[in-house]
Write a protein that binds this ligand. Structure first.
Ligand code: ZN
Length: 270
């Protein structure tokens, strides 16, 4: 009996000393009885091959995350056909390799985001230059236009800027990314007071590139504009983006974080 009590006491000490025991009462699991959220995933089939490759692998990756029907994933290659009314029931829109191009689709997407919509955008979905002619996109991203990129695509050392953010809290302070093409913007989103930069390409990478070489400058890689329920991730080039577990975890964190902030309520707590 005494040894049993001792075991109980030492267990209690162990549990109380553990960070995961903040709420030891009740059952720790919360199983979905119905899909928790609904996502629209958009990719363009008529973009450069490396961006199509990323979209194809992203769809495989995301599809695996739907196993068990925890959420609904609708996929489209024709964003232009969506009106605001079509979009407003989605908890999140994931743009894999392009942004809306037609005036109607841009307007619908803008209305969706201005009314609490969620967005996870990768790589070319945020690309813009002098020919994009969509000032709202820059305002939404919280940065200026594309300035330059390294070439060829390659892995880089990334640094976490905010360690206690839901998107980064379980990531190492520094890690080597999967291979990608990295974009620099001018002005940098870091200069925008509404933006929180979460991950940055480490200056230790400089000079980066074998053909197109970048030797200095600010390379934010993942950020959010706090005026919207959004996150932008620069990853999204080529067929090697899903080989790294740390980066895969980052992508899941990003999706989950955007969905969890739905103004209709956090679907993961229901
Ligand atoms: Zn690219």
């Amino acid at each position: 009996m005494i040894s049993y009590l001792k075991t109980l006491a030492s267990l209690a000490i162990l549990v109380s000393a553990s960070a995961w025991a903040q709420d030891p009462s009740g059952y720790p699991g919360n199983y979905a009885k119905a899909p928790r959220f609904k996502a629209l995933v958009y990719h363009n089939e008529h973009v450069e091959t490396a961006h199509q490759d990323f979209a194809r692998q992203s769809l495989e990756f995301l599809h695996k995350l739907t196993y068990g029907e925890g959420w609904i994933m609708d996929v489209t290659t024709d964003f232009n056909r969506y009106t605001y009314n079509d979009l407003k029931d989605y908890n999140v829109i994931v743009m894999l390799n392009d942004a809306p191009s037609s005036p109607g689709a841009r307007e619908a997407f803008q209305e969706y985001m201005e009314n609490g919509g969620g967005w996870v955008g990768f790589h070319a979905a945020g690309y813009n230059d002098r020919n994009t002619n969509w000032a709202w996109l820059n305002q939404f991203l919280g940065c200026g236009q594309f300035l330059c990129n390294n070439w060829p695509p390659q892995p880089v050392l990334l640094e976490v800027d905010v360690e206690d953010h839901p998107v980064t809290k379980n990531l190492p302070k520094e890690f080597v990314s999967a291979s990608s093409e990295w974009f620099m913007w001018q002005p940098s989103p870091r200069e925008n007071p509404d933006v929180t930069v979460l991950l940055t390409l480490s200056p230790k990478n400089y000079p980066i590139g074998l053909k197109d070489v970048i030797s200095w400058g600010d390379f934010p890689v993942v950020w959010t504009n706090n005026r919207y329920r959004m996150i932008y991730l620069n990853m999204g080039h080529g067929d090697e983006e899903y080989i790294d577990p740390t980066q895969n975890l980052l992508l899941i964190n990003a999706l989950r974080w955007v969905v969890s902030r739905d103004p209709a309520g956090d679907p993961f707590t229901k």
